[in-house]
Each structure stands twice: as C-alpha cells, then as structure tokens.
Design a binder for this molecule. Structure first.
Ligand SMILES: Nc1nc2c(ncn2[C@@H]2O[C@H](COP(=O)(O)OP(=O)(O)OP(=O)(O)O)[C@@H](O)[C@H]2O)c(=O)[nH]1
Ligand SMILES: Nc1nc2c(ncn2[C@@H]2O[C@H](COP(=O)(O)OP(=O)(O)OP(=O)(O)O)[C@@H](O)[C@H]2O)c(=O)[nH]1
Ligand SMILES: [Mg+2]
Ligand SMILES: [Mg+2]
Lengths: 277, 292
C-alpha cells in the first residue's frame, strides 16, 4: 500500500493514516512516524521500501521484547477471562480448552457467567465441543461459588487447568468491577494463590476505548495478558501498542474466527504483515 | 476537554491582539485530534475540519473575546446538524407486518436489541414477533428464547435443519397467523467481508418483504466503522442504525462516521443490558459526547 513512491511529506501523512486507521491512535502513530523521519535522515534512507522495512523492523523488535507465553505451571493453574460485553470471552475459553486438551492437558471449565441469558448453555456447548468437563450452577447463582466448585472439581481429579468464564461488564460499572476482586479472592482461598493468568479479552474492532478498558480492568484485577479477538475482520487492534506500553501487559493470544481452532499464539511478524497489508 | 485545550492555545496568542488565520489552524488541529480520540474515522475527521474551516477563520472567531469557546460552539453545532437531520423512530409498514431485519458484526448486541425493540414496539401499541434466525452461534436460539420467555414475547424457533432465509419466511407466516404486526429478525453476527454471509442477508430479503434493515453497531467501534457500514450497505441497503453499549464511556465517534458513510439516521441507542434499556437517538447528546 505504501511502496514505490518518494519519501516526501505525503508518504509520512499516508503512513499516519495507515496507523491511525488501524486504531493505534494519533499519539502512537506520530511517535512512530517522527522516529522514522529521524531515522531516514540519519541513516540516509532513500526509498519508501527501505523506510517501511526499517519501521517494521523497529516495531517487530519492540513486540519481540515481551514474553508472551501462558504460565500454566500451578496445580491447578487458574485462568480467568474478563472484558466488556460481547468481546469474545466465552468463545475464546472454548477454543483455549480445545488447544490445551490438544497439548495433553486436563482442563475444567467454570461457567461463571451466571447473569446473561443462555450464557451457561453457550459455555456448555463449547465444553462439549472441546471434550471438557464444565462446572455449572443455575442462572442467578453466585459466580464465586461456581469458581470455587470448579477448582474443587479440578483438585479432586488432578486436572491441571481451570478456565473461568465471567460475565461481560462495562468497566464504567463500579459494582460489576468490584465483583471481579471477589472472584480473585475465591481463587486465592481455594488454591492459595491468585489466578495464574487473568486475561483481558478485547476485540479488534474496538477503538480508543480499549485503552480505557485495559486500565480499568487492570486496576480491578491485575492482568497477566490480553487476548485480541476478531482479527479475522478488517480491524487491526492497534490499541495494543498503547496498552502494552502503558500497562506492561502483553498480548498473548489472538482470535481469528468463530471456529474451535481459531485461536493462535500472538505472532508479532504476522501481526505486522497484516497491519501494513 | 477540547474547550480547555483551545483556551490554552489561544491564550498564548492573545497577547498579540487579534487572532490570525495561522492561530486558528492550530485550533483546527486540536479539533481534528479530539475527533480522532473519539474514534471518528480519519477521513471523516479531516472532511469535518474542512467543512468548518471557513466559519472558523471568519470574524465570529477572530473577533471573539473567547475564540476557543467560539470554535467549540461551531464544532458542536455542525456535529448536531450532521448527526441529526432526519430524526425518526421505527417506520411501520403501510401493509402489516412490519419486518425489521437486524444485522451487524459479531457481539455488537443484536440479540439483546431484538428483545428491546420488541418491547419498544409493544409500548407503541404493536404486537411483536421475534425470529431466532441465528442458527450458527452456540445457544443463540436459547438466548432469544429466554429473552422472549422472560418478557412474554413470542419467538419463532428453527425447525428441522431450516436455514435462516426459510426460517424468516416461517416467522413472518407465524406472525400473520398470530396477528402480530411487527416481526423482528435476529441474525448471526457476521464480518462485512464474508461474502457467503452477505448472500444470506440478500436471500432473507428475497424471501421476506423487509420494511426496515437496521445495522446494529457497538458504540466503541473504531476506525473501521466506515468500511463496515459501506460494505453492509452495498450488500443490503441499510435503512438505519442502532448504536449499542452507550452506557459505557466510549466517545462514540463511529456514530458520525456511520452517518457520513450511510447518509442514514441513527434511530435507537442501547443503554444497558436489560430489555428496557433502549432510547431514541439524541443528536445533541451524541455531539457533546463525541466532543468530550
Ligand atoms: N469473527 C470472529 N468472531 C468471534 C471471535 N471471537 C468471538 N467471536 C464471536 O463474537 C461473538 C461474541 O462472542 P462471545 O464469546 O459470546 O463473547 P463474550 O465476551 O463471551 O460475550 P458476553 O458474555 O455477552 O459478554 C460470537 O458471535 C462469537 O462467535 C473471533 O476471533 N473472530
Ligand atoms: N452494557 C450494555 N451491554 C449490552 C448492550 N447491548 C447488548 N449488550 C451486551 O452485549 C453482549 C452481546 O450482546 P448480544 O445481544 O449477544 O450480541 P449479538 O450481536 O447478538 O452477538 P452475536 O449474535 O454473537 O453476533 C451481551 O453481554 C449483552 O448483554 C447495551 O446497550 N449495553
Ligand atoms: Mg460470554
Ligand atoms: Mg446474537
């Protein structure tokens, strides 16, 4: 999209547009573009191809500097997914259960969204598809109780991982955010440690509000990673630049579709290729 | 806020007496930044600033004692004008039933909105029928069935291996049989680049006489709002937009992007998870929200 042209002001403006269009926000975009301008000058870069390659290399280095692995070495390891309504938490958990089973791990799911219509049914379908035991209570039950039971179940059968689905909640609703701290306490009481992974699920189509979401959720329940879903669409989730640098929380997984296999480990090179496609 | 940032900029210039056009340019840059922060599309934000430039460099600003406030006033007025215009509620068909087709990206709130819309039309004295035409998402049918049951709303459920277009036709027939005069079709979330799923929407509109094709959009949608809207519009001609999750703190710039891209009105706002949480769109409130 940006190649075979002169390194003029229009090139840099178009680059800004590509980055902002990917939802990086103007601040992040201008930081990258002004750094590139300086680099072009000091390294005497002469073609757009070289400039863009240089920018990509710099961005790749930044992304590669983070550890993006899931930590799952406790017994059991508890993974909690949190995030705003509709971002893809339940679907992601179903995919993750499948992935972990394929890796030879034993998994128990806690269907702890006891609020939304058919949320438990939805989690049950994914549990069945991935061949995973799912612990459920009834609609309206205490979410913490479901988590407690699921962990007890895992401990009883020596399961390695407990995946906890939570109800979607807007980060502006303080009563709902306080509920997350309660889930964390239940895990601590049941296992002696906080959840090993607390993953914020944000969807690629979301704009600048994703950054506010990340800050708010991190404050309510310290995050260990981000899942960026719906990257199979045309949005590029550029807010991850600000989120990673401001919170030091890495993107660990990406959702690339609605099927059970559509969950990948975050691949910086692939991400950048898509960004500049 | 924009007004604070403009005041800071113009206070620096005020010592020199009258503002110049260059000074106003700095202010216009701040306006563009504010719109981008609010998720207004890059091109839409640029065009917006162009459209207010003439007024911004006019005497109403240059000779004002508070030029920053004057620019904010101009921006607000123009936003309200662009967002408002044709303001309307749901259009009921002259020949019942009125069929409403809800479509949009995954997770934007269609199923929840379907139930909300049903309650809204019932408050208007109509008799709604919900059609659970999402045969893909796990437990999507159960979700709408539960919402229907909790709110005493009839729901047409899939029978046999029925595909969505046929199911929608069955839903309309069922509505006529039960004397319902509004049929709300809940469909599966889909990407605007999924040709097969766009064809499904076209097929639904062939099988059923759709009165209102409404795109449901998450208020926190970012830059791609324009591309998403225009692609859906090209496939099935959107009549209006329902913006959801406005009970959050997303600035909602997608609203302006959608309005510019489609030239169609935003009709309703989803302001919560409960079936009562649907309000008519208010352009003045949306404008100040976008401005921040
Ligand atoms: N295209 C695409 N769709 C996805 C992806 N992940 C989830 N979805 C879809 O997004 C919609 C919402 O997914 P859910 O898993 O129900 O989201 P959630 O966060 O659990 O929603 P709530 O529990 O209601 O807050 C569903 O239609 C999913 O199929 C993805 O990576 N790509
Ligand atoms: N806070 C808030 N939540 C909403 C609103 N509208 C919908 N939701 C929530 O958003 C999530 C997704 O809503 P759904 O109705 O399942 O969305 P959908 O578009 O039907 O999803 P798919 O069918 O998977 O594409 C659910 O948790 C809803 O409760 C709203 O206006 N405000
Ligand atoms: Mg869920
Ligand atoms: Mg739905």
């Amino acid at each position: 999209v940006m190649l075979r042209r002169d390194l003029d002001d229009e090139f840099y403006d178009d680059l800004l547009e590509v980055l902002v269009g990917a939802d990086t926000g103007m601040g992040v975009a201008e930081t990258f573009v002004s750094a590139l301008r300086l680099r072009v000058k000091t390294e005497r870069i002469s073609t757009a191809e070289q400039a863009l390659a240089g920018l990509k290399a710099e961005m790749l280095e930044a992304l590669n500097s983070r550890d993006r692995r899931l930590s799952l070495d406790q017994s059991p390891s508890v993974v909690v997914v949190v995030g705003v309504n509709g971002s893809g938490k339940t679907t992601t958990l179903g995919k993750l259960a499948h992935r972990l089973k394929e890796e030879g791990r034993s998994v128990v799911i806690a269907a702890a969204d006891t609020f939304r219509a058919a949320a438990i049914d939805q989690m049950k379908v994914w549990a069945e598809r991935s061949g995973t035991l799912v612990v459920t209570h009834q609609l309206g039950a205490d979410a913490g109780a479901v988590v407690f039971d699921a962990i007890a179940s895992a401990q009883a059968r020596g399961a390695e991982v407990v995946l906890v689905d939570t109800a979607g909640r807007l980060h502006t609703k303080s009563n709902l955010m306080v509920e997350l701290a309660k889930v964390r306490r239940v895990v601590e009481r049941a296992t002696g440690a906080p959840p090993q992974e607390t993953l914020l699920v944000i969807e690629a189509p979301t704009g600048m509000n994703a950054i506010a979401q990340a800050h708010a959720f991190h404050e309510a329940m310290p995050l260990t990673g981000i899942v960026l879903t719906k990257l199979d669409g045309t949005s590029r989730g550029g807010t991850i630049w600000a989120i990673e640098s401001e919170l030091n929380v890495p993107v660990k997984l990406v959702g690339l579709g609605e099927g059970i296999d559509d969950l990948n480990v975050f691949d910086p090179a692939a991400y950048l290729d898509a960004l500049f496609a | 806020s924009l007004s604070e940032r403009l005041t800071n900029i113009f206070d620096r210039f005020s010592g020199r007496g009258k503002l110049s056009r260059e000074d106003v340019e700095a202010g216009l840059r701040e306006v563009r930044m504010a719109l981008l922060e609010a998720d207004v599309n890059f091109k839409v934000a640029k065009a917006f600033v162009e459209s207010i430039r003439e007024r911004a460099v006019g005497s109403e600003v240059l000779e004002s004692l508070s030029p920053g406030q004057q620019i904010v006033k101009i921006v607000n007025e123009e936003l309200v004008r662009l967002l408002g215009g044709e303001q309307r509620r749901l259009r009921y068909s002259p020949q019942p039933p009125t069929v409403v087709l809800l479509l949009g990206l995954q997770g934007c709130g269609k199923t929840t909105t379907a139930a909300k819309l049903a309650l809204a039309v019932r408050r208007d004295g109509h008799r709604p029928m919900l059609v659970a035409a999402d045969t893909y998402r796990p437990a999507a049918v159960q979700q709408l069935a539960k919402l229907g049951k909790d709110n005493q709303l009839p729901v047409t459920l899939p029978q046999g291996g029925m595909l969505p277009p046929e199911l929608c036709a069955v839903g309309v027939a069922e509505a006529k049989r039960l004397n319902c005069d509004v049929v709300i079709l809940d469909t599966a979330g889909r990407l605007q680049i999924d040709e097969k799923m766009l064809d499904e929407l076209k097929e639904i509109r062939k099988r059923v006489d759709v009165g209102e094709t409404l795109m449901v959009v998450d208020a926190m949608t970012g830059q791609e709002a324009v591309n998403v809207a225009t692609a859906f519009d090209a496939a099935v001609s959107i009549d209006g937009v329902i913006l959801t999750k406005l009970d959050g703190d997303a600035r909602g710039g997608a609203a302006l992007s959608m309005r510019q891209a489609l030239g169609k009105p935003i009709i309703y706002c989803g302001v919560g998870e409960k079936p009562a949480d649907l309000e008519p769109f208010a352009p003045d409130r949306m404008a100040s929200r976008i401005l921040g």
